[in-house]
Write a protein of this length. Structure first.
Lengths: 661, 374
């Protein structure tokens, strides 16, 4: 018994001891759990709260509202209008296939569209909005609402979409919008930030270049969502901000008039204010309807536009490169005068052709012009005279002047990403780009605007403007930004000229270079003269007057008798094909219609108007239109009349705005 | 003397009621009430199936707990092997005729309740071992002949449960049994040897694990490995607990569970939900309740005269502690996810039943604490 109880005591002790060991272990584990709780809930609380919010809150972006465009007179040329759309959130639909079949009957969906919808559905999450139709007609929309009770999950909604009230008239200026592509999102952070499914962004023109400001900012709706992504309740809603709206310098009336005058032709019209650099019209033909692109163009129409040999999508005003032909001659003449190569009185005889450096160079007039001075050579566009002039001048000096007056530059670079720069060749240019030395014959060709030299119509327009304003550099623009006061600019130009003339009188003997230096030193404001002697500019302008208004002038047919409309200009005929010897020898002159379209000359015309105190410059280019005087000049004439008629109206608006400031 | 103690101290009913451990009773009741509130929250603040069912089960089992407390501890001692055998047979039955759900066959259909015998085995194994070691002298515990019996008693149910398959429960059964074996006085070095053997065998064990079990273990070591698959539960549970902070998000405001980010929130992850809504302080209070509960069990065991009662109470306390520790460590990302409910809190009739039977035996130890068993 004693032994037994002793054993009992031992066993009791053993159990108790082991229990205590176990219990201490338990306490340690409990402490561990408390410690873990502490570290999760207290130390790392912030991290996990963030993760929890990230879990439960989902943001749905609301599409940003695009800024609109107005023309100079405040007419809307790119607007947002209300459209009726059909949205479906796939996860809310019981049977997607049945729904599609029902919808097909109600809203005329084609099989191709349905396939597209299915493809799109695959790509996105089931809780994301699927746009079934972007632009329903009112009939479809009302019909849809009638059947809505049978169409669970379908949501007819009002949305906004781009509309171009002027349709094809502004296609190249404004460009068009289309669904943001993967590249758009990748390349532009502002598109990425504001992207929502189905977002439209600018693809060309101003819509693209001003995208950053136009796009606005997307709003957002925050929802608490459950683990399946289903919206439980709305936490907040933030409206987006509409993008900036722009007023542009273009006049809707003139633009559409000019566009209409190009119908049936391929070419370009550019019209510019020679003081402010405001682009008043800029057309490219053929054109297309940008409204087609808003809701996604169908492939048939796309192929039609894209495969058109006349390239409707191309903005020929800024990215079409053409030989300027004789329209370069005012610059050649100016360059020769500025460099004191010739005097205006230089007489040269044109015999219809000239033999130089083992080649025969022809004048456009086979019989020749006879004895010519510089003014007559411009007026009648005598090629032989300009061969001589170019030969004496040399290509490098010519190129310097041409570049100064705006050739070989991107005129509206900030507005049109698709703009191309023309080419003004020089000896250095040829070595650099073609790796060959300059041949003197090429100088002669350059002198009549053929050969390597290439310009865009907008460059020609700028060149003309800078001649017309007395030889001062201007900065062309197409959106109204900084308030440019025309009077101020004109006053600055004139006072600059006055200063110059005064200086000329005082230092009669001083070299031209010195005078130029003097000008630059005294030039405190932004006025930048492009000339050395203003008399030279005057001379060229006067010669251009004679082209239009004197008998024998190449564009005499396109003159105005009314003094109010009198203008000055220069025709150009740019060859696209070298004329062979046989062709030249053929006596009879061929009618334009007999020549294959692709081999016809481009018709070019530049002008500024009115002649007395000029205000506008214009360049017209008709691809394969024949001679400058026959195709381009009559169009320019009509547009000049319109712009001068509308001058008062334009001034009125301008003055009203200046008064406001 | 032995006979004396057996019969002379017969208590009246009132005395028995008075000798209840009311602290234990109240803590169990409090945890039960908390569990009902938590369940109400898992149902999204409505009286839905889980809430109603849990309240009903808790009420029934709590009453049962009090009634069963009057069963003499001697009776439990006598019926220990029978109890064990019945449960073992049920496990065998389940193996062939059980109801399966989610790929494992664990339940017996009792019409009013789908009983999970493996849960009851957690208690049965303790009762069984307590009886076995009650008879064994402390000097003989480490003798070879006393090794075979417990090992067979332990391996049989573990095998049956593992093959259901239910890794979590089988581990808990093993641990419950081992806890009693430890208390009985098996040399510590044997435990160390076994542990080392287990380590060596681990690669072989892992090779026979089911793919989902392997995934769970792997994703425990690196939850980000498969954030939408096996690691998902751990990540979401940690987010829920961590975002609770000091005071919690407020009752019925736990977004993780409310918005269904939390998996199995009724059962294994009930503590996560509680912790998200009541924060660090709430969790601490719950832990203290559990701690007090365990402490009372230990005190009852300490105050019992019979070895059977001692073994049982200490073993049960260890087992309950283990369930709590494993469950909490699991939801806090300290252990791999193994199916293991939190005692009383988790939804599940069998686990609640088994826990309550366990408590009634403890209470019986308390009421009949002077009773010696030959």
């Amino acid at each position: 018994m004693f032994q037994r109880s002793r054993q009992n005591i031992n066993k009791n002790k053993l159990i108790t001891r082991r229990m205590f060991i176990l219990s201490s272990a338990k306490i340690i584990v409990f402490m561990g759990i408390v410690g873990r709780l502490f570290s999760l809930q207290i130390s790392e609380n912030k991290k996990y709260s963030f993760l929890s919010d990230k879990n439960r809150l989902k943001e749905w972006k609301l599409p940003p509202k695009r800024g609109i465009f107005e023309d100079y007179f405040g007419n809307k040329i790119a607007d947002n209008n209300q459209v009726f759309q059909l949205h479906v959130i796939p996860e809310e639909v019981a049977d997607f296939n049945t729904l599609m079949v029902r919808l097909k009957n109600i809203i005329n969906l084609q099989n191709r569209q349905i396939n597209k919808i299915y493809k799109k559905k695959e790509k996105q999450f089931p809780w994301e909005t699927l746009i079934i139709s972007e632009n329903l007609s009112w009939e479809e929309f009302s019909k849809l609402n009638l059947f809505l009770h049978e169409l669970q999950g379908a949501k007819p909604v009002f949305s906004v979409a781009r509309i171009y009230p002027q349709a094809e008239n502004f296609s190249h200026v404004l460009g068009y919008v289309g669904e943001a592509s993967v590249n758009d999102i990748k390349n532009y952070s502002f598109i990425k930030e504001n992207h929502v499914p189905g977002l439209r962004v600018g693809k060309t023109g101003l819509e693209k270049s001003l995208e950053k400001e136009l796009i606005g900012s997307s709003g957002s709706q925050r929802y608490e969502v459950n683990v399946y992504g289903k919206k439980i309740n709305q936490i907040d809603r933030k409206e987006g901000i509409q993008g900036k709206s722009f007023r542009i310098t273009v006049d809707q009336e003139i633009q559409s008039y000019a566009q209409k005058s190009l119908i049936g032709r391929s070419g370009s019209v550019c019209l510019m204010d020679i003081y402010t650099g405001d682009v008043i019209a800029m057309c490219s033909s053929p054109t297309f309807n940008p409204n087609l692109f808003v809701h996604g163009i169908n492939s048939k129409e796309w192929n039609k536009i894209n495969n058109d040999p006349l390239k409707p999508l191309m903005n020929k005003s800024v990215s079409g490169l053409y030989s300027p032909g004789s329209t370069i001659k005012p610059i050649v003449a100016l360059s020769a005068l500025e460099n004191n190569i010739v005097s205006p009185d230089l007489i040269h005889k044109c015999e219809g052709k000239v033999e130089l450096y083992d080649h025969t160079y022809h004048c456009w007039k086979k019989k020749g012009h006879g004895f010519m001075n510089l003014r007559d050579a411009i007026k009648q566009s005598c090629d032989v005279y300009f061969y001589e002039l170019a030969r004496k001048l040399g290509v490098d000096r010519l190129s310097e002047t041409a570049k100064k007056f705006g050739l070989n530059s991107k005129v509206l670079e900030n507005y049109f990403f698709e703009e191309k720069s023309g080419v003004v060749p020089s000896t250095k240019w040829k070595i650099k780009n073609l790796g060959k030395g300059w041949v003197i014959g090429e100088t002669l060709l350059t002198g009549i605007g053929q050969g390597y030299i290439q310009c865009t119509p907008i460059e020609l327009c700028l060149m003309t403007a800078q001649l017309a304003n007395g030889g001062f550099k201007i900065k062309p623009r197409i959106t109204l930004g900084e308030n440019l006061v025309y009077e101020d600019i004109k006053f600055e130009f004139e006072s600059e000229l006055k200063k110059y003339n005064q200086n000329l009188k005082e230092n009669n003997e001083a070299s031209l270079q010195d005078q130029k230096n003097f000008l630059q030193i005294n030039n405190k404001n932004s006025v930048e003269p492009l000339f050395r002697n203003p008399e030279n500019i005057k001379f060229v302008k006067e010669a251009m007057y004679s082209v239009i208004n004197e008998p024998m002038g190449t564009a005499y047919k396109s003159r105005f008798n009314n003094k109010k409309y009198q203008y000055a200009g220069k025709t150009g005929t740019s060859q696209v094909k070298r004329i062979t010897k046989e062709e030249r020898e053929r006596e009879e002159k061929r009618e334009l219609s007999e020549i294959p379209y692709k081999e016809r000359d481009h018709s070019v015309f530049i002008a500024f108007a009115p002649y007395i105190s000029p205000r506008y410059s214009i360049s017209v280019l008709i691809e394969h239109g024949g001679s400058g005087s026959s195709a381009a000049a009559p169009i320019a004439k009509k547009i000049i009349k319109l712009v001068l008629d509308r001058h008062e109206m334009r001034e009125k608006i301008r003055k009203e705005e200046q008064a406001k400031v | 003397m032995v006979l004396n103690t057996q019969f002379s101290e017969e208590k009246t009913f009132l005395e028995k009621v008075k000798s209840f451990d009311f602290v234990l009773l109240i803590t169990v009741f409090l945890i039960g009430v908390i569990s009902c509130f938590a369940m109400y929250s898992t149902d999204g603040g409505e009286f839905k199936y889980h809430t109603n069912s849990h309240i009903l089960k808790f009420s029934i089992f709590f009453v049962m707990f009090m009634i069963f407390s009057f069963i003499r501890i001697r009776t439990w001692y006598t019926l220990a092997y029978t109890f064990y055998l019945i449960i073992l047979l049920m496990l065998v039955y389940v193996m062939f005729f059980g109801i399966s759900a989610q790929g494992s066959q664990r339940w017996v259909n009792l019409y009013f309740l789908n009983l999970q015998p493996s849960e009851l085995m957690k208690i049965a194994i303790i009762v069984c071992f307590a009886r076995f070691y009650h008879r064994v002298q402390s000097e003989d515990v480490n003798k070879l002949r006393n090794f075979f019996e417990p090992i067979i008693l332990l391996v049989l149910p573990i095998y049956l449960v593992i093959s259901q398959p239910d890794l979590g429960t089988s581990i808990l059964i093993a641990c419950s049994g081992l806890a009693v074996i430890w208390l009985a006085g098996i040399k510590a070095r044997y435990f160390i040897y076994s542990f080392l053997t287990l380590l060596v065998c681990a690669p072989f064990v892992i090779s026979i694990l089911k793919p989902y079990q392997k995934n769970r273990i792997l994703s425990f070591f690196d939850p980000e490995r498969d954030p939408l698959g096996a690691g998902y539960q751990i990540i979401q549970s940690k987010i829920a607990v961590g975002s609770g902070g000091l005071y919690g998000k407020g009752y019925l405001k736990g977004t993780q569970s409310y918005l269904d980010y939390l998996p199995e929130k009724h059962t294994d992850f009930i503590f996560t939900l509680f912790s998200e809504e009541f924060g660090f302080l709430g969790s601490l209070i719950l832990l203290i309740l559990y701690f007090v509960m365990l402490l009372r069990i230990l005190i009852i065991g300490y105050g019992s005269k019979s070895y059977f009662a001692k073994f049982y109470c200490f073993g049960f306390a260890s087992a309950v502690f283990l369930y709590i520790a494993v469950n909490m460590s699991m939801v806090l990302g300290l252990l791999p996810i193994v199916g293991s409910p939190l005692p009383i809190m988790s939804y599940g009739g069998s686990a609640l039943l088994s826990t309550m039977i366990g408590f009634s035996i403890v209470m019986s130890c308390r009421i009949y604490n002077k009773e010696m068993i030959a």
